[in-house]
Structures are given as C-alpha cells and as structure tokens.
Design a protein around this ligand. Structure first.
Ligand code: NAP
Length: 398
C-alpha cells in the first residue's frame, strides 16, 4: 500500500523570468478575476508580458464602458478592483482577455479556448484557480451545496483536461488548499482540493506537467479575506500576494506533482489535524496487522507498496548512476537519453517479460507511470498485475 510522506523543500529564488515561462506566452487562468487569479495574472503580465485569458462565470462590463463604470462606482467595489487590476497588468506590458464561462461546462470551456487561441495563438499554460469557498461544516450543508462546491474544482479540472487533451502545455497548475492535507470540518472543500491533488499525480504519470499547489491562506485578496475578519489569527499569518506570486514562480520549477505551502510548521499542523477517522482506521489496522506508518500516503514507493516500482528504481539507479530516484522523477531529467532508454527497455523485457516500445518512455518517463504500464501489459497478457511476484519471488532490492 502507499504511505504518504512529506519532504521539506528548499526552493531557491527563481530566475526572472522562470524558465517555465515564455516571453509573451499565452496563459489561461480559470477563476482569473478572483483574488489569486488576478495576482498571478499581474505577475505573468509584468514578468513575461504574457497574453492572459481570465475565465470566470461573471462577465465584466464591455471595455468601452469601463471608464464610465469606474466614474460611477466606488474604487473598492469588486468590479472596480477587477478593472483596475486588469488595467495595471496591461500598463505593465501584459495583454488581457476576459472570458465568461463555467469551467465545469465542457461546451463553454471548449468555445472559450477556441476564442482565446484565435486571439492569442497557441496556449502555453493553464492555471486552474476557479473555486468557491467552503463556508459551513459538512453537517450543515445540503448535497446540492456540496455538489456546487465540487463542481468548479473537480468537474472543472476534468473538463479542462478534456478540453486541452490534444495540446502540449508547458504546465497545468491546480490551486488546491492545505485543507486537503489537514482536513477540517469543511469536508466538501477539502475533498474538492484532494481531487485536484490526486489528478495532478495522475496527470504527472501520463507525462503532463501538472502541479497541485496546496496553498495556505492568502491575505489582502481572495476568498480567505472575505471569510475571515482582518484581526483573525489566520489572516495575520497568511501569505501576502507578493509572497504568493514569488512562491508560484518557484513552484513552476519543481519536479513534483504536488507542493504544499505553509506559513507555519507543517509537521506540527499535521500532528494536530482532526484525526477521528484516521484514528478509527488506525485501530482497525493495528489490531490486525501490527504498527502502521504515521500517515496515509502519496509519494514514496515502499517495497510493500509496490515491488514493480522498487525493481524499476533499482534498474534506473544502475543505468543512470544515481543514488536515489523518486516515483515521479523524469528519466530524461536524471540524465537518461535514447541509448540508455533502449538499454532500459531491454532490461525490462528480461525482468518482466513485457515489450515496451521506445515511445512509451516519452509517454511515461517516470517510475510510477512505467510501473503502471508494465502492470497493465502483464495483466493484458493474461498474467498477474504483479509481475514481480509472478516472475521472481526472491528479487533482492535495496
Ligand atoms: N485565497 C486563499 O486563501 C486560498 C487558500 C487556499 C486555496 N485557495 C484556492 O485558490 C483558488 C483561488 O482562490 P481565490 O482566493 O482567488 O478565490 P476567489 O477570489 O473567490 O476567486 C475564485 C474565482 O473563481 C471563479 N469561479 C467560481 N466558480 C467558477 C466556475 N464554475 N467557473 C468559472 N469560474 C468560477 C469566481 O468567479 P465567478 O463566481 O464569477 O465565476 C472567482 O472569480 C480557489 O480554488 C481556492 O480554493 C485559496
């Protein structure tokens, strides 16, 4: 089984602009008129003079009406702040298009992407920041309220994936939340974010550079500001928009499908998270199978969890001459090339009796992805989905 673990990461200040961003690149931000969406749009506009499509359900007034709007409304009204933010992006060299669509509606999103590509050309990246806040405990929420919560994040992510399926993006960023790791009473909000985390892991396995960022609260902009009073402890330690965008820039360089961003000690927060369900599960497991690891799991493969990955890791280490490999490390990032790829496939053929074409290395360049391919092939050939046990029960791996 999988055992979730977390690794503390030190992320150096990214070069400006980060390598993942293209000068004049075209980026779609769902929830782009929200607090985080506009902050990231500001960063992309001033850093790489990006072409930005900001997608949300609520449309802004037509551009030619903006000045009249600003003249007639207070500067801190929502639409006024959105117009001001867009004007700032444009004054700093970015281009902005506002698109009105429900991210959970495939027809609307496909049409929006068509319009954006007609205007901006190729789309280079997508940031999925659409979402609605969790307000009350799950016990007080109706099923339809929970559906509405899940829709922009979870259904939205699936719709986006389908709508951009044939495009090769530089990145797909999910704005998730620490709530999916730390839990809490807003189970539907945490669940929607957990879906984003899981989807990023899955996409990474398929060779898509998807990263789910588990954000801590932001101050000054966004949904946490609306939900908490300014003297609330949560906001006093929250990220400023400037810190948020600097972290975003660093995360763009990370080789991992999930990054949690915490302003307080994350390990302490994990220890103190609500754990009623976890404890019930733990006592069941301890009764039958002895001590269990501290936490349930996402990242590192253990021998007990997946022997195919362990064997693959050993082969990668020998071939690439590296001491450690992680399930989502990319073969080519670790120094792999086509000749080593051919040797790798020969070793896999000998070890697992499966024929993988060289192309598969480009499609699934990670241990996790490759293990899944091997298991599927093995199963399709009428053998076990656990080819390690099937071929060599005494495999000795470190
Ligand atoms: N702010 C924080 O402290 C924080 C912390 C952790 C995680 N996050 C996550 O980061 C993301 C952005 O947060 P934020 O603070 O920027 O929130 P926000 O200010 O409330 O913005 C969210 C945006 O999403 C749009 N949206 C909602 N449903 C949509 C749909 N079905 N289709 C298209 N757009 C939709 C909303 O516009 P319309 O209503 O007009 O559609 C809104 O502009 C959210 O997913 C949130 O869960 C935020």
């Amino acid at each position: 089984r999988w055992v979730q673990s977390f690794q503390r990461m030190h992320l150096d200040a990214s070069p400006s602009p980060p390598a993942a961003l293209r000068p004049g690149g075209a980026y779609l931000i769902t929830g782009g008129l929200g607090g985080i969406g506009l902050a990231l749009a500001g960063y992309l506009g001033r850093t790489v003079q990006a072409k930005l499509a900001l997608l949300s359900r609520t449309a802004l007034p037509e551009r030619h009406q903006w000045q009249a709007w600003l003249d007639a409304h207070l500067p801190d009204e929502k639409i006024s702040t959105q117009i001001h933010a867009i004007q700032k992006v444009e004054s700093e060299g970015g281009q902005v298009m506002v698109v009105s669509a429900d991210v959970a509606n495939f027809a609307e999103v496909s049409k929006a992407i068509e319009v954006v590509e007609r205007e901006f050309g190729t789309l280079h990246g997508v940031i999925h920041a659409a979402g609605i806040p969790g307000d009350v405990s799950i016990r007080l929420r109706s099923g339809s309220a929970a559906d509405a919560m899940l829709s922009p994040k979870a259904k939205g992510a699936l719709v986006l994936r389908q709508a951009i399926a044939d495009r090769k993006l530089d990145f797909l960023i999910f704005c998730s939340s620490l709530s999916s790791l730390l839990g809490g009473t807003q189970a539907d909000y945490a669940g929607a974010n957990a879906f984003l985390d899981a989807m990023a892991h899955r996409l990474w396995q398929c060779g898509v550079r998807a990263i789910s960022i588990n954000w801590d609260a932001w101050k000054e902009v966004g949904m946490a500001v609306q939900a908490h009073s300014s003297n609330d402890g949560l906001l006093s330690r929250a990220l400023t928009p400037d810190e948020g965008v600097q972290i975003f820039a660093r995360v763009l360089e990370v080789q991992s499908p999930q990054v949690a961003v915490a302003t307080t000690d994350f390990e302490v927060a994990l220890r103190h998270r609500p754990r009623v369900a976890a404890d019930a599960h733990r006592s069941e497991l301890t009764a039958s199978s002895g001590p269990v690891a501290e936490l349930p799991s996402v990242a590192e493969p253990t021998r007990a969890a997946d022997e195919v990955e362990q064997v693959l890791a050993q082969i990668w280490k020998e071939l690439l001459g590296v001491k450690q490999v992680m399930p989502y490390d990319n073969f080519f990032d670790l120094g792999g090339h086509s000749l080593l790829g051919t040797r790798l496939l020969e070793k896999l053929r000998a070890r697992f009796q499966v024929e993988l074409p060289l192309r598969s290395l480009l499609e699934v360049p990670t241990i996790a992805g490759m293990a899944e391919r091997i298991r599927s092939l093995s199963w399709a050939m009428g053998r076990s989905r656990d080819p390690v046990a099937a071929t060599s029960p005494s495999t000795d791996v470190s």
